[in-house]
Design a protein around this ligand. Structure first.
Ligand SMILES: Cc1cc2nc3c(=O)[nH]c(=O)nc-3n(C[C@H](O)[C@H](O)[C@H](O)COP(=O)(O)OP(=O)(O)OC[C@H]3O[C@@H](n4cnc5c(N)ncnc54)[C@H](O)[C@@H]3O)c2cc1C
Length: 408
């Protein structure tokens, strides 16, 4: 719809305008973003092709000249004879015909309303409040203990970080002094109760967190037989329990500050951050409840959802879901059966997050190692684990490609 109608974050009429950082994150294997890039390149991704051609020096990361990049993508799309670019705001959706909606985190209000009427308003969100996620092999138990509040739910559903008063107050004071990412003007309205970052709650009083997201009631520390002064709960982020979500710790603290401050807590001294806390204006759907495996809406099977609005986060994660949606749509038009992307690949791991996450606690995610299925066999060191996940992903992708070529 740009430039006829812009958004709060865009400033040009070009396609693929990067609204903030010009970095596509690490391109050094075996990091999770690099595995995803390798897979996207394998599929001839337009975004990565133009990204590689507009790269600027950025150490081990792939960063791009944002003007060259957006110009390159726009030129390639406009030159494509099978594509007609119509620069208009869509407010309604067609009643039939293969349709893909990829209107992103700043989807305009009339279309959001239309989507909400199909999905039910409670299943369309307008902001994300993301808590950090840490890997299971980087946290220590004890002092962490497994327990659900008042013993409700499975004993292994939550891990708890018990804090005495001194540790709690030191933690609160560090949060109050932490450096924060700036808030965009259009995001200020996000600070309402129920969606508060941890530092905003701490600002309301040194004990407010202990009566809020860090309340200890219903939790007894087995080492002392007593209720701690405060507790941070870690909720299982995936079935395998390789990744744990620090409940209620959504935050605008800088990433380095999140690492420094959470690592002062008992049992989290060596925590490996798979995902950092954040808070954004972000329109997205509760995909696990709303989407079929092929990204079509259960309530309207001719409509497929793609990009960040599905509940992934970041430039390349969004383009991944675009690529998958495009392939799925073209296969359906060609009368071919849908593909099931292997969970062991980075693309498949992102799709599994959209498909299998708990709908009640669904949060958007960038690619990280906690999304990949657990490795079998012995416990490994971080580097060895990442290399093994990469090797498995690369092998599985190649077998998937040969199986698909043989089947079509
Ligand atoms: C302020 C901000 C900062 C960000 N910073 C980063 C960052 O540093 N790094 C990172 O990796 N990611 C960042 N992101 C996320 C990143 O922008 C997204 O992951 C990515 O752009 C999503 O791609 P997409 O194609 O799904 O949506 P978009 O890139 O948003 O594209 C969707 C397009 O649809 C248009 N549109 C919306 N509604 C309608 C409508 N009704 N009719 C027609 N067109 C419509 C929009 O104008 C937009 O051009 C940021 C997002 C925001 C909002």
């Amino acid at each position: 719809m740009r430039p006829r109608r812009s958004t709060e974050a865009h400033s040009t009429g070009r396609l693929a305008e990067l609204v903030c950082s010009n970095s596509f994150k690490s391109d050094r294997l075996p990091s999770a973003p690099a595995i995803l890039k390798a897979e996207l390149r394998r599929f001839g991704s337009l975004v990565l092709d133009v990204g590689d051609r507009s790269a600027v020096p950025a150490g081990s990361a792939l960063a791009v000249d944002r003007d060259l990049f957006a110009r390159g993508i726009t030129a390639r799309i406009e030159k494509e004879p099978l594509i007609e670019v119509v620069r208009d705001e869509a407010s309604r959706l067609p009643d039939s015909g293969e349709t893909i909606v990829a209107t992103g985190p700043l989807t305009s209000a009339p279309l959001a309303e239309t989507l909400g009427s199909i999905t039910g308003a409670g299943r369309l969100y307008f902001y994300d409040a993301i808590s950090p996620v840490v890997s299971d092999d980087s946290i220590s138990s004890p002092p962490l203990f497994a327990a659900s509040r008042y013993g409700k739910g499975g004993a292994g559903d939550y891990l708890n970080v018990p804090l005495d008063e001194k540790t709690y107050l030191r933690f609160v004071d560090s949060i109050l002094a932490a450096e924060l990412y700036p808030v965009h003007e259009f995001e200020e309205s996000l600070f309402f109760d129920g969606c508060l970052p941890i530092e905003e709650i701490a600002r309301r009083g040194r004990n407010t967190l202990a009566f809020g997201p860090m309340k200890p009631v219903g939790l007894i520390d087995p080492r002392t037989g007593k209720m701690p002064h405060a507790v941070i709960q870690l909720r299982r982020e995936n079935r395998e329990g390789t990744a744990w979500n620090l409940v209620g710790c959504q935050s605008r603290m800088r990433r380095g500050e999140q690492e420094r401050i959470f690592r002062t807590l008992p049992g989290l001294e060596k925590a490996e951050f798979l995902r950092y806390g954040s808070l954004h204006r972000n329109t997205y759907l509760c995909s696990p409840a709303l989407l079929e495996d092929d990204l079509t809406l259960k309530q309207a099977p001719h409509i497929r959802i793609a990009g960040q609005i599905t509940g992934v986060e970041g430039y390349l994660e969004s383009t991944t879901v675009g690529l998958v949606a495009g392939i799925a749509a073209s296969r359906r038009l060609a009368g071919l059966p849908p593909l099931r992307w292997p969970d062991e690949t980075a693309v498949g791991a992102l799709l599994r997050h959209l498909r299998e996450s708990d709908a009640a606690t669904f949060q958007p995610t960038n690619i990280h190692f906690g999304l990949f299925p657990r490795l079998s066999g012995k416990k490994r060191r971080k580097r060895e684990r990442n290399e093994a996940i990469h090797a498995r992903a690369a092998a599985r992708l190649e077998s998937f490609l040969s199986e698909t070529a043989a089947r079509r």
